[in-house]
Design a protein around this ligand. Structure first.
Ligand code: SAH
Ligand code: SF4
Ligand code: F3S
Length: 440
């Protein structure tokens, strides 16, 4: 009995709050991977954990507020149980550094996205209170990831961003662009295939500018040859760097899925210029036409920002016109949020929140109608889906995604997750499709 108690005391637990993008979600998997080696297991409840990590996002003010309110909720527990260690990681940690201690003195240590490896020193007490160093000369080390899903995996192919879009904080939080050697990526994907993973999503802020021993289309070609992997996806593509070679690779490689997330941001070339995006609306449209010509049936999704400083009613109408002209399969749309340190935050003519909100609602309304209409058009078609497991809202149903990244729910059947099956689409809704299994 005594031995049992001692053993329990040795196993430390960690709880990670994750905010932000897929890159952060995958970084949390890496934190878990490193901590597992350090003897930590995952806690289901933050209040039972020895270590709580907040993996934060600073893309918009709202994301920051969400973090600070969660952090505040932990404060009383730290008082009751001072042994709990609290760490702040991710993009806010990188940008704010020591300032976080001023706002929340109960935080124990801070580390940025380029310093996840510092968790290796945790059990020996070697962890510095602030680790936000970014050394652009050094390629970020590969770290083991503990993934929660057994079918789909994220794989980092590059770190950082050099684009400095005038509104965006990412280049300040993730540092300069660095590409992982293709051999490392290839080995990781092979290992994943060996463990039964069927789908990989290659991650980078701007995957099109991947540049190592080979370029991005070359990397796709290399990974297309890994047996066991059935589907390859990638995010995010920058319209300026989307080359014909890449479009040809999406078209010609059997495992690369017919979906691209290609953030447009605005339909007004004037706004695109002040955003420092490096393309005009006409350039963007040309890329869309080429994608649709060379990859029939490709789904295209996008990001839009409403109410950028100086955006006139006319600029906004260009965005609305663009949405109607292009007919994206789906979009993420956001109100412009000024981020400290970025050029756009310093610009003059900021718009009132009311106007940003009005324009955002209009954008969403126009797009919702398009998304629903496009999904309805799929009724009666046959699609291949990769079964992912039970539906989150209905345990009598299973879900999977089409190659075009649309969610399909089907009645429960006796087939293992991770299997590719064919379904007939019976209903198209705004956010998902319904279907039933059919023969090939
Ligand atoms: N690297 C990707 C996405 C980065 S962030 C790309 O270049 O597309 C995801 C999205 O957040 C962006 O596409 C943009 O639409 C939005 N975003 C970034 N900064 C923002 C800000 N300050 N205010 C509002 N939306 C922002
Ligand atoms: Fe931000 Fe632009 Fe880089 Fe995307 S490409 S992360 S929007 S700076
Ligand atoms: Fe947020 Fe950082 Fe991702 S700011 S969107 S977590 S790169």
């Amino acid at each position: 009995m005594i031995i049992h108690v001692k053993f329990l005391k040795m196993v430390k637990t960690v709880y990670i709050y994750t905010f932000g993008c897929q890159m952060n979600v995958h970084d949390s998997e890496k934190m878990l991977g490193v901590l597992q080696k350090e003897g930590y297991s995952q806690a289901n409840d933050p209040l039972m954990a020895d270590l709580i990590i907040f993996n934060t996002c600073s893309i918009r003010q709202k994301a920051e507020q969400k973090f600070y309110s969660e952090l505040g909720r932990i404060k009383p527990y730290k008082k009751k149980k001072p042994d709990i260690k609290i760490a702040v990681a991710g993009c806010i940690a990188q940008h704010e550094g020591e300032n976080i201690f001023k706002k929340a003195p109960y935080v124990d240590f801070i580390f940025g996205p380029q310093n996840i490896h510092i968790l290796e020193g945790l059990t020996s007490g070697r962890t510095a209170p602030v680790a936000i160093k970014d050394n652009p000369e050094i390629t970020i080390r590969d770290l083991p990831a503990k993934r929660s899903d057994g079918i789909k995996a994220w794989v980092t192919i590059m770190y950082g961003c050099n684009n400095f879009c005038s509104y965006c904080i990412v280049p300040f939080t993730r540092g300069r662009e660095r590409s992982r050697p293709s051999e490392n990526i290839y080995s990781e994907v092979k290992e994943l295939a060996g463990k039964g993973y069927r789908e990989i999503t290659l991650l980078g802020q701007n995957v099109n500018s991947y540049s190592s021993d080979i370029d991005f289309p070359g990397l796709l070609k290399k990974l297309n040859g890994v047996g066991g992997i059935e589907r390859i996806r990638f995010i995010t593509s920058h319209p300026r760097d989307l080359s014909e070679e890449l479009i040809d690779a999406v078209s010609g490689l059997s495992k690369v899925c017919e979906h691209i997330h290609l953030p447009m941001q605005s339909g007004s070339s004037n706004i695109l210029r002040v955003m420092n995006r490096g393309y005009t609306y006409d350039d963007y449209i040309r890329k869309i036409s080429s994608l649709r010509k060379k990859v029939p049936g490709i789904s295209i999704t996008s990001d839009i920002i409403s109410g950028f400083p100086g955006e006139t009613e006319n600029d906004h109408l260009f965005t609305i016109k663009a949405l109607k002209e292009i007919e994206f399969d789906g979009i993420f749309a956001f109100k412009f949020s000024p981020r400290p340190g970025t050029k756009a935050a310093e610009m003059q003519d900021h718009l009132k929140d009311e106007i940003k909100s009005e324009r955002l609602s209009e954008i969403l309304k126009v797009q919702d109608e398009i998304t629903t209409r496009k999904n309805r058009l799929l009724e009666g078609t046959k699609q291949e889906i990769l079964l992912e497991g039970y539906s989150k809202t209905d345990k009598e149903k299973l879900t999977g995604r089409t190659r075009t990244n649309k969610i399909v729910t089907i009645p429960k059947i006796d087939i293992e997750k991770g299997t590719l099956i064919n379904v007939l689409i019976t209903k198209g809704r705004q956010h998902s499709l319904e279907g039933r299994p059919v023969e090939k």
